[in-house]
Design a protein around this ligand. Structure first.
Ligand code: MN
Length: 323
């Protein structure tokens, strides 16, 4: 997925000063963003007041949308740098193509993980023949400095470990949850899990006190640490927990995102994560001029690639996790 905002504001984040060492509950505001011609998404991270959760730096939630008579998601080829994209569906399907030559149809319960490393480009679209409903989340993970120039890679995981008990079933997408380790490649201590709760569920999920966490509601009305959440809500939970009380009166699902607070300061602009204005500007130029083969080429997408927005007039600066 791409940030299609025509005037994206630079986001400076990283650093520990605004990480909450104690358990808290902060409901983060969502912003509606148009993605391509026909998809509206709820952007929950970065948001006013909070830019990252561990290395998670970007959270979009979309749907469930009725796309029976619509083209659905149509995101033309666009570049990425310095991050991983995590694609996760609850309904429908998305066709991924990238400059490595990957072409993969993603379905609910399957993890699409793209490590951009130094440079990659990809497209994401609903296939011509598609399910009537589309519902999912698109997440980005910032890469730490020592790995951000790594070679680009695409992973597709159909088999993911689960944690079960007390009416809870958690599928572990990224990292480790209560001893269940995802096969997905990670570069920082992180966790991403899809947690479903059956009606009447009551469970205490073991978590790590040194991680900060947030819960993204996908469906139903999960009760997380005593707070009932509506679909599309992102509740920041801070650090310092060893377990997370969960309940549900109706069938519900949420994504648990967490990780060790990301110490490095980064600059995030459009689809790039870097460390300086110059680096971002160079990536933008490389994409716009197609110079060399840095971002490669996506083959098979019926349409033009996405042009980059113009850079803001003020130089982008890497700073802390400021408000
Ligand atoms: Mn993308």
């Amino acid at each position: 997925m791409s940030n299609l905002d025509l005037h994206p504001a630079p986001t400076r984040c990283g650093g520990r000063q605004d990480v909450t060492a104690q358990p808290v509950q902060e409901l983060l505001p969502a912003k509606d963003v148009r993605l391509g011609e026909s998809t509206m998404v709820r952007r929950l991270l970065p948001s006013m007041g909070r830019r990252m959760i561990g290395a998670w730096a970007f959270v979009d939630h979309y749907g469930p949308d009725d796309i029976a008579d619509e083209p659905g998601m149509q995101v033309p080829p666009h570049p990425h740098m310095g991050l991983q994209t995590v694609s996760w569906l609850h309904a429908g399907e998305v066709l991924h193509r990238d400059s490595l030559g990957s072409e993969q149809l993603l379905r609910p319960g399957e993890l699409g993980l793209m490590t951009s490393g130094r440079a990659i480009s990809h497209s994401e679209e609903s296939p011509r023949e598609h399910a009537p409903s589309l519902h999912g989340a698109q997440l980005w993970v910032a890469l730490p400095d020592e790995h951000r120039h790594t070679a680009p890679a695409w992973e597709h995981h159909r088999e993911l470990p689960t944690v079960t008990g007390g009416g809870l079933r958690a599928t572990v997408l990224m990292g480790d949850l209560d001893g269940s380790l995802s096969p997905a490649t990670t570069f920082t201590p992180i966790v991403g899990a899809d947690v479903s709760l059956t009606a009447g569920a009551s469970a205490r999920l073991p978590v790590r006190p040194d991680f900060e966490y947030a819960a993204l509601t996908m469906s139903g009305e999960p009760e997380v640490d005593g707070t009932r959440l509506a679909p599309g809500a992102l509740l920041y939970l801070g650090c310092g927990r060893s377990e997370l009380p969960l309940r549900a009166d109706v069938d519900s699902a949420f994504m648990l995102l967490g990780g060790e607070p990301f110490e490095e300061r980064i600059v995030m602009w459009w689809n790039f994560v870097g460390r300086s204005h110059e680096e971002i500007a160079e990536a933008r130029t490389d994409w716009m001029t197609g110079s060399g083969s840095r971002f490669g080429e996506v083959r098979g997408y019926a349409g033009d690639r996405l042009p980059a927005p113009t850079l803001p007039p003020v130089a982008l600066r890497a700073r802390g996790r400021v408000r």
